[in-house]
Write a protein that binds this ligand. Structure first.
Ligand SMILES: [Zn+2]
Ligand SMILES: [Zn+2]
Length: 301
């Protein structure tokens, strides 16, 4: 029998795409059915809204937002006895369009608005076909741009969650300095604004081979009192809840006892399910932490 990829460690998946973004597969209902069969109690569609993107269209366009919102509302209503379905957007930070983002998100009763940085200074750090993924661009320069744009993004208030906080590491390229230490200022800003950070499990499927953010950054977030959401960034139904078995020890070991859910932009904290988690990480350097993590995960699954 095929082993189910998901488990009930966290009964929510707060990052699911739809075909409207042009790079996801499967109808909305097939995501819902998969989530129900995998035992999820709540999911959130968080599809892309990117304006002024360089290159191909990888997002819905503003004119499609009413259709998207209506489609999620419709399916939410149809499945209301079976699973809770939330409506959200993953908005790509672009300082030129902040007023438009705000007016779009304010025009609909979205449950949650996520902010993401896929194209700092117009450079694609997210696509497999990008120059960044293929070894182009100077690594420290791109990390610097990424941080600079994250910092700018946090000057605004149109969103509730920062998606995949350290996405720039996706293709395994690491800077010469300590990116994690450089993030102190960013994490401080997130805490001050009471914004949540997403634990995004898609990173395990890329050369980064770990969640976004890393365990080290997640510990910083915990220490600063930053809340978390949890999501798989599914672009196909089968990816719902992917790698949650790895995320559980990570999140518990970072000290989290609650995760966040949202209803019409109101945040509430839910206690984590009381599942035995033997993994505990005490390493101080990122290298030790990662080594300990892989050991403990082997033990734990
Ligand atoms: Zn996407
Ligand atoms: Zn994203």
């Amino acid at each position: 029998m095929k082993q189910e990829k998901t488990n009930n460690s966290f009964p929510v998946d707060y990052h699911i795409h739809t075909m409207l973004c042009n790079h996801a597969e499967g109808g909305m209902e097939s995501y819902v059915k998969k989530a129900v069969s995998a035992g999820f109690k709540e999911i959130c569609f968080l599809d892309h809204l990117t304006l002024g993107e360089p290159g191909n269209r990888l997002s819905m366009i503003p004119e499609e937002v009413p259709f998207y919102f209506q489609a999620v509302s419709h399916i939410k209503n149809r499945y209301r006895e079976t699973i809770s379905i939330k409506a959200g957007l993953e908005i790509d930070f672009n300082p030129g369009y902040v007023d438009l983002f705000k007016s779009i998100s304010d025009s609909f009763s979205f449950d949650v608005i996520g902010a993401a940085l896929h194209f700092p200074a117009g450079i694609d750090v997210v696509s497999r076909k990008s120059g960044w993924s293929n070894g182009e661009n100077e690594t420290d320069l791109i990390y610097g741009l990424y941080l600079e744009h994250l910092d700018k993004m946090l000057d605004y208030d149109y969103f509730d969650v920062v998606c995949h906080l350290d996405l720039v590491k996706k293709f395994g390229r690491m800077p010469s300095g300590s990116f994690e230490k450089d993030l102190d200022h960013i994490v401080g800003k997130i805490a001050k604004k009471n914004i949540a950070v997403e634990v995004n499990t898609s990173g395990y499927d890329y050369p980064a081979k770990e969640a976004f953010p890393s365990f080290y950054i997640l510990k910083k977030c915990r220490k600063a009192g930053v809340g978390i959401t949890i999501g798989s960034d599914a672009h196909d139904p089968e990816s719902i809840g992917r790698h949650y078995e790895k995320a559980l020890p990570l999140i518990r070991s970072a000290g989290y006892e609650h995760y966040c859910v949202f209803t019409e932009r109101e945040r509430s904290e839910v206690p984590m399910p009381n599942i035995e988690c033997r993994a505990r990480y005490t390493g101080t350097s990122d290298f030790e932490v990662r080594a300990a993590l892989s050991e403990n995960i082997k033990d734990n699954i």
